[in-house]
Design a protein around this ligand. Sequence first.
Ligand code: 13P
Length: 249
Amino acid sequence: MGRRPFIAGNWKMNMTAASGAKLIGELKPLVKDANCDVALCVPAILIPEMVKAAAGSNIKIGAENVHWAPSGAYTGEISAEMLKEYGVEYVIIGHSERRQYFGETDESVNMRLHAALKAGLTPIVCVGEMLAEREAGKTDKVLDRQLTVGLGGVDDITKVVIAYEPVWAIGTGKTATDEQAQETIAHIRKKIGELFCPMCAQKVIIQYGGSMNAGNCKGLMAQPDIDGGLIGGASLKLDFATIVNYDKE
Ligand code: 13P
């Protein structure tokens, strides 16, 4: 398939300039021989310092959100060009916490996605069902809607990374089983094939996220459709290096 694995951290609203730079400094030698792409998505205000801290290493820096407009009267927001100017390469879009607490919708996810692609950032688009939706047997239906609307109008889907994050597994310690994650991600790939083309779907990187850690990463990464992880809590410590090196002894 030729998909290069991709492990990314999502620091969320954690770390300071000092603790973040210290962690990156410690991670650098530990992840330098990774057989996957490596990124840390960090709070916007930390971006310049973290780009400096990661300079010369294989750790790329990402943002946690981006606005859809190139500029304008959007108090508190940050544009894709602003991120780009500071050396950002990736941006998380539509994380479930943004959807839950900040009213983001599939439509606004789609607008942010187009802005990111236009600026040459690699978007990491998050999708995932809530516990009640899974229990009601609606997982596939929810994902199909998130993908259809969220990815609408994209020319080259292979430039988009998808993160499947079941909401019930985020920060709860309750990870999806290897089989649950594989089955759902295989469904996502099939849907992308229907929306775009089956050949392109085989090239799209799809990560799993939700309580992924040093202990369960090997099993998840062994699944044929799981190409990486989006790591929350475990990306705040050296465990992140263990996950990045999941394929080594
Ligand atoms: P945890 O790894 O802390 O469950 O968070 C997952 C996540 O939301 C990454 O975006």
